[in-house]
Design a protein around this ligand. Structure first.
Ligand code: FAD
Ligand code: DLZ
Ligand code: SF4
Length: 503
């Protein structure tokens, strides 16, 4: 039997990935290719491109050291066709191979293309707890699809934080303990920095030269690009961040982009870290008495709950999910999502740290940039393309349901039980942004009113008929209904003026 070409994508950098697990080192050839099509399908942050290419090149060397024959095509190879399909066909001809094996990609657009390759065998991606079809079978026909139900199944399946057949601590979910604002004086760990080696430095030069106009700051890049460094970064989080992770999970602070967050999603989504392994290490910290249960449970829920749940929704609802727009939001994405040039201090802080680190934590994405877009009626597809471009951890399987479903309610409530809409009071409670803002967070109307306040009531009014049917929103609709006609008119007029200026 002749060998096969094993295609490894940029986010399949795991020795355990299905296509390698069934491979034959003596006959098969591994293909990895840096291609323009993947680097340009959205205008990725410079650091994201650098991270992917640097991690791919280091993984190539690991594969070679592990006995694989690797054909690696660089972006600057003059023969590079610019697409994965083109590179697969060139490599088949180069090596005289007629069969290709690939693990299913993480985005629908690529899966659809690969299904048309009649020479390729596609293997399921086994690096997740819930397989695509199993999730669809679980979800199909359910009335309300709630992450909490799915999460409990995953807890039982993995045995994580289970004692006998009950949840550790007597509760499945400690989220209510995880909503404390953080004081700026708190001592916080900084994520470890990994000085770029020669391979990474070469990639950084390539990215600076080929993608000079892309969003983001490349200088100061010090992300983990190998499995060993990613594991070291996670160990640092276990020992210095995890204990406080739960308590301050929702807090936001100017000048503190990472707080007690792990900053490991970029490496996890590339395949350099194993999700279950991370959770077992977190559980061991709790069992060893070194971290409280609300932190361990909070972290494990994000990984075996949310991460798996959003992936299940993505594959269950694609194709088509990316075009849903239940609230009929049509406004273009404001330029300040790219420039940070806005008087709103909260948005400025989140956009600037995104530009500098290709990172913002969950509440910044959900309750600042996402909340603003929801309230202002920004087109969810445009917003989705922004999130997909600007974060180092962004791949459509995880980004799209978070943006379109959780943050924008554009799927009409399939993923989230209510819109994550909030006025400035929430941001003021959870951050120190408002004290340095040109707007007044306490003002509900008038020229200095916080735009989140104006837009919040306008949002309730615009979607009144839908929201009144939602038990979790009806209270706010009733409050709106009780405002005098005059107050309602003023709020809507001020919001209208703000939106006109935005347009
Ligand atoms: P931590 O806060 O330390 O959490 C630990 C881990 O839990 C993360 O690394 C991540 O793997 C997982 N996790 C936490 N929340 C989620 C979630 N809601 N969905 C999936 N996994 C989760 N996450 C991505 O990995 N890629 C994305 O493209 C992405 N886009 C998002 C877009 C929006 C609008 C929102 C609201 C959230 C998005 N998230 C995305 C989820 C979350 O914001 C990031 O996973 C998290 O901020 C990554 O930072 P961290 O590693 O410090 O995570
Ligand atoms: C994100 C990315 C980038 C920037 N470049 C490449 C690349 O050149 N070659 C490659 O194989 N993969 C790349 N990736 C990751 C892919 O976009 C990713 O595999 C798909 O989006 C599926 O998740
Ligand atoms: Fe953001 Fe409003 Fe606070 Fe300004 S006042 S930082 S716009 S929430």
């Amino acid at each position: 039997m002749t060998g096969r070409l094993i295609l490894i994508l940029g986010d399949q950098l795991s020795m355990t990935v299905a296509s390698l697990a069934g491979g034959d080192r003596s006959g098969d050839v591994v293909l990895m290719a840096e291609v323009l099509a993947e680097a340009q399908y959205v205008p990725h942050h410079k650091r994201k491109i650098a991270l992917v290419f640097a991690a791919m090149r280091h993984f190539r060397d690991e594969l070679i050291a592990d006995g694989w024959r690797v054909d690696y095509v660089r972006l600057d190879d003059p023969e590079n066709s610019g697409t994965l399909g083109g590179e697969v066909r060139r490599a088949m001809a180069r090596h005289g191979l007629s069969r290709v094996v690939v693990t299913e990609p993480g985005e629908w657009r690529l899966l659809a293309e690969m299904r048309s390759w009649d020479f390729a065998e596609l293997l399921p991606d086994g690096r997740f707890l819930a397989d695509r079809l199993g999730f669809a079978a679980w979800a199909e026909g359910r009335k309300g699809l709630r992450m909490e139900h799915f999460y409990r199944l995953m807890r039982r399946k993995t045995g994580l934080l289970i004692e006998g057949d009950q949840p550790a601590g007597g509760r499945w979910n400690f989220d209510s303990d995880n909503r404390k604002p953080a004081a700026a004086e708190l001592s916080m760990p900084r994520p470890p920095r990994f000085a770029p080696d020669a391979i990474t430095r070469e990639v950084l030069e390539l990215v600076a030269e080929r993608f000079p106009d892309n969003f983001g700051v490349l200088e100061g890049f010090a992300m983990a690009v190998t499995r060993a460094d990613a594991e070291a970064a996670f160990a640092h989080f276990l020992h210095h961040g995890l204990a406080q992770f739960g308590t301050y999970q929702d807090a936001m602070l100017l000048e503190q982009p990472f707080l007690f967050h792990a900053f490991i999603a970029p490496q996890l989504n590339l395949g350099l870290l194993d999700p279950l392994d991370l959770c077992r290490k977190v559980e061991a910290e709790w069992r060893g008495g070194r971290v409280p249960l609300n932190s361990a449970e909070g972290f494990i829920r994000q990984i075996i709950g949310w991460r798996e749940f959003v992936r299940g929704i993505y594959w269950w609802r694609m194709p088509g999910y990316d075009r849903e727009n239940a609230l009929d939001a049509r406004c273009p994405l404001p330029a300040f999502y790219w420039t940070g040039k806005t008087e709103m201090a909260c948005i400025r802080a989140c956009v600037e740290q995104t530009r500098d680190h290709a990172y913002a934590h969950h509440i910044q994405r959900l309750m600042v940039t996402g909340n603003f877009a929801l309230l202002a009626g920004i087109d969810p597809h445009e917003l989705h393309e922004w999130y997909l471009a600007v974060y180092a951890d962004a791949y459509e399987w995880v980004e799209l349901p978070n943006t379109l479903g959780m943050s924008q309610f554009a799927d009409g409530g399939l993923l989230a039980s209510k819109p994550y809409a909030a006025s400035g009071a929430y941001i003021n409670r959870m951050s120190n942004y408002c004290s340095g803002c040109a707007h007044d967070v306490k003002a509900k109307a008038g020229p200095r009113a916080c735009p989140f306040n104006l837009l919040y009531w306008d949002f309730i009014a615009r979607h009144r008929d839908r929201l009144v049917r939602n038990p979790r929103m009806v209270q706010m609709v009733r409050t709106w209904d009780r405002f005098t006609d005059e107050k309602q008119a003023q709020l809507r007029r001020d919001a209208g003026r703000f939106l006109d200026r935005l347009g």
